[in-house]
Write a protein that binds this ligand. Structure first.
Ligand SMILES: [Zn+2]
Length: 109
């Protein structure tokens, strides 16, 4: 899928990674071949969906859990919430025992 907003950037990054571009170094007064890559981005979750093409809506929206996700749709508001992320905390983290704050169950996974 080609993103119309990111395709110019993607095209330039591919060129800089695959072939490199000639760049002038003013200090050394010479040109050199520069290769570059995009190392990481910092963005909100919706922008992450736009950049990556990953679905960030619906019941399987967590990019970490993917198929191993527990989601639930709230009766009021119909929002989808994602549960059991305390399983990524260390074994004896106090949040694992908080039943009322989360889904009413202690997290043992
Ligand atoms: Zn998740």
């Amino acid at each position: 899928m080609t993103d119309i907003y990111l395709s110019p950037l993607t095209k330039d990054l591919k060129l800089m990674w695959d072939q490199g571009v000639e760049v002038f170094d003013g200090f050394a007064n010479e040109t050199f071949k520069m290769n570059a890559m995009l190392f990481c981005t910092i963005n909100d979750f919706l922008t992450y969906g736009n950049i990556s093409g990953y679905s960030v809506k619906g019941h399987k929206a967590c990019p970490i859990c993917e198929e191993d996700i527990t989601s639930q749709q709230l009766k009021q508001g119909r929002k989808i919430i994602y549960l059991q992320h305390q399983r990524f905390l260390r074994s004896y983290h106090p949040y694992r025992r908080l039943k009322k704050t989360f889904n009413g169950h202690q997290e043992t996974n």
